[in-house]
Design a protein around this ligand. Structure first.
Ligand SMILES: Nc1nc2c(c(=O)[nH]1)N(C=O)[C@@H](CNc1ccc(C(=O)N[C@@H](CCC(=O)O)C(=O)O)cc1)CN2
Ligand SMILES: Nc1ncnc2c1ncn2[C@@H]1O[C@H](COP(=O)(O)OP(=O)(O)OP(=O)(O)O)[C@@H](O)[C@H]1O
Length: 201
């Protein structure tokens, strides 16, 4: 396991991103099937009707099998869409079948911006977050843009109950012993890897 120890957030992010990008195609495929098996029959996933997830980038564990399962079961799927202004914000937008995707400024595919299809984050049942790193205490390291942190800021003064359930997804190699907690960090309810669940609360 990678020890966060003396590494800065930036150095740790680089190290963890490199580790996940180093995974080969077959390892990635196996990890995505294993992730699917961890989640597809889990009550948290089964009960959720409005689920936000992401399209993989930079070696992230691929939740596409879950996306397809959710669609088969008639659930609504949402993807992050970056706002043009302010450029630090993102929304969650409903993914409709047969609707084309475009590349955002980070070259990640996203639905074409359509304000009427946005859904406020607090009305989602389940948010599956891409992780760069995580620890067993609910700590999360993201890409560093603060996009998820800003979207989740409304929860800072609330109890951990309530919507949406926050599950971080990662490869097992992205686990670190302990992440320094920043003032704006919102803890995850659990992290799920290709190997297992790390429940926090
Ligand atoms: N799959 C996926 N989608 C996502 C996220 C994510 O982490 N994963 N995001 C979660 O926030 C948002 C995008 N955030 C991102 C933040 C930084 C970089 C990034 O690659 N930064 C480069 C520099 C890019 C540049 O400026 O050209 C880098 O750090 O190397 C990418 C996405 C929305 N969509
Ligand atoms: N609620 C917030 N309001 C304004 N700025 C914020 C907020 N949360 C985080 N930020 C800013 O976003 C930047 C990135 O934060 P951090 O390094 O924690 O990103 P991250 O959690 O890795 O990224 P992400 O949330 O995109 O996955 C920080 O500089 C921080 O000041």
């Amino acid at each position: 396991m990678i020890e966060a120890g003396d590494l800065s957030r930036k150095a740790l992010r680089q190290k963890l991103r490199k580790a996940r990008r180093a995974l080969g195609r077959s390892e990635q495929r196996r990890a995505s099937v294993r992730l699917y098996k961890q989640l597809a029959q889990h009550p948290t996933f089964r009960r959720a009707r409005h689920i936000a997830l992401y399209l993989p980038n930079d070696g992230e564990i691929d939740p596409t099998l879950l996306l397809l399962a959710a669609q088969r079961r008639g659930k609504s799927i949402y993807l992050p869409v970056l706002r043009r202004w302010p450029s630090t914000r993102m929304d969650f937008q409903r993914l409709r079948r047969n609707e084309g995707l475009v590349l955002n400024r980070f070259r990640i595919a996203q639905p074409r911006c359509k304000p009427a299809s946005r859904r406020p984050i607090w009305t989602l049942d389940l948010l599956l977050l891409p992780l760069v790193g995580f620890d067993e205490q609910g700590g999360r390291l993201g890409m560093g843009g603060g996009f998820y942190d800003r979207s989740l800021a409304y929860r800072r003064d609330r109890t951990q109950a309530g919507r949406p359930r926050l599950l971080g997804l990662a490869h097992e190699c992205q686990k670190v012993d302990s992440l320094p907690l920043e003032a704006w960090d919102i803890p995850l309810h659990a992290a799920v890897t290709d190997r297992r669940w790390y429940a926090v609360i």
